[in-house]
Design a protein around this ligand. Structure first.
Ligand code: SF4
Ligand code: SF4
Ligand code: SF4
Length: 306
């Protein structure tokens, strides 16, 4: 029997959906399980951090890290995973780009805590917890900016096939390269590259699910999003929100989206601004933490605290 390879799967601040997508592989897990020795996977087995910390350095062949670092505890776990893993994978869009929680980088930490624990309309006796909680980090940064990672596997979550294909490639010592194609390249709906005279929210009007959604004025971000999901949303008549992030050749997802919209929108700038009252949420839904804007803000924050 071929030698098994050691694998560790760790969760930082996240929804654990990437783990669920892996479990969703169902019977095809049998293709990979005999090749793996799982040494850490607290999502499904009662491992403790100590089990990972006491492993020898680089003794794990493949380390998958889900989620991003919101706390110092997360950061410690990420650093331990780096130390123990030969190949460290930033697994899922939280890990690769910071995730939805990265949108919090638009505000200061104290404002986020106040809003969450004191100001939310349904709170009656608010209190910011300060006992038995890990210390928060000032902002979210993508894991590849915090430790060296060997590859990213984006997606919210990556599809079961994405994770299975990546694992099979890594187990065979083959590279798993991300494609430089977009969701539009995988989409069955035909684009006419029309000029857009008006944008609609998804609940406005009636979507024709046979025609390109962007051509109909719905913000479908397939043109700027890496093609790994098989165009899951537009092929069901729902605009792509960009949850897999940009293709490898694009360094700033939102900037690419804004420049493309500027070219295809046939309307005054003011009308375009009005169409997107929350531009960061619309254009950087999953990857604001990896944007130039967030990095500039982080630098200003650090300079101010010096
Ligand atoms: S990438 Fe998406 S599915 Fe995975 S942990 Fe983050 S929010 Fe959940
Ligand atoms: S519907 Fe979206 S993904 Fe499909 S072709 Fe149009 S813009 Fe691209
Ligand atoms: S179509 Fe877009 S939003 Fe939907 S799963 Fe794919 S990348 Fe994510």
């Amino acid at each position: 029997m071929a030698k098994t390879k050691r694998i560790a799967l760790a969760q930082l601040s996240s929804c654990w959906g990437c783990d669920q997508s892996l479990v969703d592989i169902h019977l095809r897990l049998l293709d990979v399980l005999p090749k793996l020795e799982i040494v850490y996977w607290p999502a499904v087995v009662d491992y403790k951090l100590h089990d990972l910390e006491t492993l020898p350095k680089k003794s794990v062949h493949i380390g998958l890290v889900e989620g991003s670092c919101r706390t110092k505890e997360d950061l410690h776990l990420l650093e331990v995973m780096r130390e123990k893993s030969k190949i460290l994978v930033a697994w899922g869009s939280c890990s690769a780009y910071g995730g939805i929680q990265g949108l919090g980088n638009q505000w200061e930490l104290k404002d986020l805590l106040n809003r969450k624990f004191l100001e939310i309309e349904t709170i009656t006796e608010g209190r910011i917890p300060d006992e038995n909680v890990p210390e928060f980090l000032e902002s979210i940064r993508p894991n590849p900016d915090l430790v060296e990672v060997d590859m990213i596997l984006p997606g919210c979550p990556p599809t079961s096939d994405n994770t299975l294909d990546a694992l099979l490639a890594l187990l065979d010592n083959k590279p798993y390269d991300l494609p430089d194609k977009t969701v539009c390249d995988q989409c069955p709906l035909e684009r006419e590259e029309k000029k857009i005279k008006q944008f609609h929210r998804t609940f406005e009007g009636k979507i024709d699910p046979t025609k390109c959604l962007l051509d109909q004025g719905y913000l479908c971000l397939g043109f700027a999003t890496i093609g790994l999901c098989g165009a899951l949303c537009p092929s069901k008549g729902t605009p792509c929100k960009g949850c897999f992030g940009p293709p490898p050749s694009v360094s700033d997802h939102g900037a690419k989206i804004i420049s493309a919209l500027g070219a295809i929108a046939d309307m005054p700038a003011e009308k375009l601004r009005e169409a997107f009252p929350d531009p960061i949420g619309s254009f950087y839904f999953i990857d604001y933490a990896s944007s130039y804007l967030s990095k500039i803000r982080d630098k200003m924050r650090k300079d101010a605290n010096r």
